[in-house]
Design a protein around this ligand. Structure first.
Ligand code: SAM
Ligand code: SF4
Ligand code: F3S
Length: 437
């Protein structure tokens, strides 16, 4: 009987994409997907290292199955790359497989079950990178049947001083534009109508390889017949430019929701973070978006408690939040990561002070997010229906082109379709809409 695998994914969409590649590789190597962890012979944990909490969660989870199970335990992803052999040496895992090796994990595991002694597969050489965009991957479905995440760059060379990603994911590698466009075309032929282009800084697409710049790729993907919406994540304020905004403005099927991580509102902290932009530059991007895209949303990431952040620096972050009025923000307390430049910078705040700053920020942002949602009432919107609402069988949920979640009356035939609505109500962080002509 074929051995069965189970994959559990932590971290960002990059990891979710890698888990898809792993499943494909395992099936190609002759393994079957298990229904759940209980009936699996191979347990794979695709892990994240971005904050220490992400690692401790994954480690606790792996150790809990380790106690109760005789299955082969594999740690893959960013934490595997960061902690490497030590995870095998201390008995946490049987095997560690870094992100470069995800598309080959089937052969790696088959080799180990067949008696191969090596237990750590962490190489990050260019030749290890082959096989990442595969035609067969187009046939796999995301959780939403009409949506596909499409990774356009791997790795990052921005070296923000707090960030572990450049170390665990390696240098920037852009996939060839021809392969991406072909891949998206195959997805669309298979029924996909929404695409999200993914990279740590998608705006740097092509800078390593001399391929077309990001705005041209976006234009080509948006031009593929049958695509109702193209999203892209993540932009970097250093590289986000007017060409991108122009392409968005020229294409009704590109999202109006821009994710532009700010991190801090203090120029001094931004410089210490090695973010390579100032608040003047950030505000000029926002003003350009306001002029060029009349109806758009901006979301962001913010870190509080970076080493040396004074109350004044923190207040500058609050000022930025009040001035920009983000639709949504992902907010974090700074987490020191060994091996990054900021790890050796002296931290003046204790955990409780960081949490206190974080909570104050969250409260302010929450109120702004709610005001922005309330401002949508009685406005016409277009959304793509994702599926049935959990609350009631006659209600369906979807997301607008500003990435706001909406509940509306609907039926199964609506899933994946674009529908016009009028927003009628806001409950919590969800909009409620009615169909319009
Ligand atoms: N590439 C994106 C960018 O440039 O913003 C996202 C990278 S990271 C996966 C997502 C977010 O995690 C970052 O934007 C940052 O706010 C946060 N983050 C990264 N390292 C962190 C750290 N050491 N402590 C706290 N938050 C961190
Ligand atoms: Fe990390 Fe900065 Fe790269 Fe984003 S751009 S992944 S925050 S180093
Ligand atoms: Fe993503 Fe976490 Fe790795 S955010 S790139 S899975 S460190």
């Amino acid at each position: 009987m074929k051995k069965r695998f189970y994959i559990e994914t932590f971290g960002c969409q990059m990891n979710k994409g890698d888990s898809d590649l792993m499943a494909l590789s395992l099936e190609t190597a002759g393994f079957d997907r298990a229904d759940g962890e209980a009936d699996a012979d191979i347990l794979i944990f695709n892990t994240c290292s971005v904050r220490s909490h992400a690692e401790s969660r994954a480690l606790a989870r792996v150790r809990s199955v380790r106690k109760s199970d005789s299955a082969l335990v594999v740690i893959a992803g960013c934490m595997a790359q960061r902690l490497g052999d030590s995870l095998v040496a201390d008995g946490t895992a049987d095997l560690v497989v870094g992100p470069y090796q995800s598309p080959k994990i089937g052969d790696i595991i088959a080799g180990c079950l067949g008696g191969r002694k090596t237990r750590a597969f962490l190489s990050q050489k260019p030749e290890d990178f082959a096989g990442r965009i595969q035609p067969a991957a187009a046939l796999r479905r995301d959780k939403l049947p009409y949506h596909k995440w499409v990774t356009i760059t791997h790795g990052c060379e921005n070296f923000c001083s707090y960030c572990i990603v450049p170390y665990v994911r390696g240098k920037l590698i852009s996939f060839p534009s021809e392969a991406i466009v072909r891949h998206v075309g195959q997805c669309v032929a298979g029924g996909v109508t929404e695409i999200t282009l993914l990279g740590q800084n998608v705006n740097q697409y092509g800078m390593d390889s001399g391929d077309i710049p990001f705005h041209r790729l976006l234009e080509r993907v948006a031009g593929i017949k049958g695509i109702l919406r193209v999203n892209f994540l993540t932009s970097h304020p250093m590289d986000f430019n007017d060409d991108i905004v122009r392409v968005v403005a020229d294409h009704a099927n590109i999202t109006r929701s821009m994710h532009l991580p700010l991190q801090s509102g203090s120029d001094r902290i931004l410089a210490l973070m090695n973010r390579k932009y100032t608040m003047t530059r950030y505000h000029s991007i926002i003003e350009h978006l306001d002029r060029t895209l009349p109806d758009h949303a901006v979301s962001t990431d913010l870190i509080v408690g970076f080493p040396g952040e004074t109350e004044k620096d923190y207040e500058l972050t609050l000022d930025a939040v009040h001035r920009v009025r983000f639709d949504e923000a992902f907010m974090y307390a700074y987490s020191p990561r060994e091996g990054t430049p900021s790890f050796v910078m002296k931290e003046e705040l204790g955990r409780s002070q960081k949490i206190e700053r974080l909570q104050r920020l969250i409260e302010i942002q929450r109120a702004i997010s709610r005001e922005k949602l309330l401002a949508r009432i009685d406005r016409p919107e277009e959304l793509i229906v994702e599926g049935q609402s959990r609350r009631s069988p006659g209600e369906y949920r979807g997301r607008t082109y500003l990435n706001h979640p909406v509940v509306l009356p609907g039926g199964p035939g609506d899933v994946g379709r674009k529908i016009r609505i009028i927003i009628k109500d806001v409950r919590g962080s969800t909009l409620y809409g009615e169909r319009s002509a």
